[in-house]
Ligand binder design. Structure first.
Ligand SMILES: Nc1ncnc2c1ncn2[C@@H]1O[C@H](COP(=O)(O)OP(=O)(O)OP(=O)(O)O)[C@@H](O)[C@H]1O
Ligand SMILES: [Mg+2]
Length: 280
C-alpha cells in the first residue's frame, strides 16, 4: 500500500515570520504571521480555511503554493519536498500547484486575448506545436464555459467571466492542487454560485485537491470536505466540515462560526441553542 503522504500535501509545523520595524542596533524583531501550522490535503479533497482578517490565511496559502519559502517547518507534496524558491526544480513543482486570487483583473495581461493567455501559460511550461497548444487552450476554455469568448480581451469580459478565464489559465497546466484565496469574494452572489459550481465540477473531472480560503463561511461550508480555523497564525482546529460547523471544539471557532446565517428559523434556533446554551 502507498503511504498516505505520497498522495497529497502534508504540511508540518509551518512558520512564517516577517521583520517588523527597523532598528539600528540589536536583533531585528519578527512577527509570526503563521505560527506552527500542520495539516494535510488528500488527493481530490477540499480543505477550507477560515479565520478573521490578518489571521495568516493568505500567508499559509503562499507557502503551500511555493511562492514563499517557510521560515520553519516543511511541506511534502505528493511525497516530494519543495525545492529552493527560484530553482529549476522549483519551477517544475510550481506548475503542480496553482493559485486563484480575488481580483482576476490584476493577474491578466490587458493586451492579450483570453485564448492567448491560456495558451501562453501552457507553452511557458511545455514545448508544444502551435496547433496542439491552441487546441488544449480551447478545450480548457470550453471546460470553464468560455468556448466562444477566447478572442476577447480581458476588459471585454465580466468579472465572473474573467475569473473563469483565470481558472482556465491555472488548470490548463493540470495542477494537482489549486489554492483559491478569496477567489469568489469580489463577485456578485449569483456569480459566486456559478463559479463555486464550476470549481466543484472541475474538482471531480480533474481530480483536483483544493485549498479554499475565504471569509465567507457558508461558501466554505458548502465546498469543503474539511475545514481549518485560523486565529493569530495558528490553526486552532481542523475537522470534518459538517462536524466542525455543527460542534466546534474551540471557543474561538464557536464564536466565529456562529456568525454564519442559518437556513431556516428552526436551524437558526438550534444553532443558537448550541452556541449559547438555553435561550431566555
Ligand atoms: N509581506 C509581509 N510583510 C509583513 N507582514 C506581512 C506580510 N504579509 C502578511 N503580513 C502580515 O501577516 C499577517 C497575516 O496576513 P495574511 O495576509 O496572511 O492574513 P489573512 O488571514 O489572509 O487576512 P485577510 O483575510 O485580510 O486576507 C497580517 O498581520 C499581515 O499584516
Ligand atoms: Mg488574505
Amino acid at each position: 500500500m502507498i503511504p498516505a503522504t505520497t498522495e497529497g500535501l502534508v504540511a508540518t509545523g509551518l512558520v512564517q515570520t516577517y521583520p517588523v520595524g527597523r532598528r539600528l542596533f540589536g536583533p531585528v524583531e519578527h512577527f509570526r504571521a503563521v505560527d506552527g501550522a500542520s495539516f494535510h490535503i488528500a488527493e481530490g479533497e477540499t480543505l477550507g480555511i477560515v479565520g478573521e482578517s490578518g489571521s495568516g490565511k493568505s500567508t499559509l496559502g503562499r507557502m503551500v503554493a511555493g511562492i514563499e519559502a517557510p521560515a520553519g517547518g516543511s511541506i511534502s507534496f505528493w511525497g516530494e519536498s519543495y525545492a529552493p524558491v527560484g530553482s529549476p526544480q522549483w519551477r517544475r513543482q510550481r506548475r503542480q500547484v496553482q493559485v486563484v486570487f480575488q481580483n482576476p483583473a490584476a493577474v491578466v495581461d490587458p493586451r492579450w486575448t483570453i485564448h492567448a493567455q491560456v495558451r501562453e501559460a501552457l507553452t511557458t511550461h511545455e514545448t508544444l506545436a502551435r496547433s496542439e497548444a491552441d487546441d488544449r487552450a480551447q478545450a480548457m476554455l470550453t471546460m470553464v464555459g468560455l468556448a466562444t469568448l477566447g478572442k476577447r480581451l480581458p476588459h471585454q469580459l465580466s468579472g465572473g467571466q474573467l475569473q473563469r478565464a483565470v481558472i482556465a489559465r491555472a488548470l490548463v497546466l493540470r495542477p494537482r492542487l489549486v489554492i483559491c484565496d478569496e477567489a469568489v469574494s469580489a463577485l456578485d452572489v449569483s456569480v459566486q454560485a456559478q463559479i463555486i459550481n464550476l470549481l466543484l465540477e472541475l474538482r471531480e473531472k480533474l481530480k483536483l485537491s483544493l485549498m479554499f480560503i475565504s471569509h465567507d463561511l457558508s461558501v466554505v461550508r458548502h465546498i469543503s470536505h474539511r475545514v481549518g480555523v485560523m486565529h493569530a497564525g495558528k490553526l486552532l482546529e481542523i475537522g470534518d466540515s459538517r462536524t466542525l460547523f455543527e460542534a466546534p471544539q474551540h471557543d474561538y471557532s464557536r464564536r466565529l462560526l456562529a456568525a454564519i446565517p442559518a437556513d431556516t428559523p428552526r436551524q437558526r434556533r438550534e444553532r443558537d441553542l448550541r452556541t449559547f446554551g438555553a435561550l431566555p
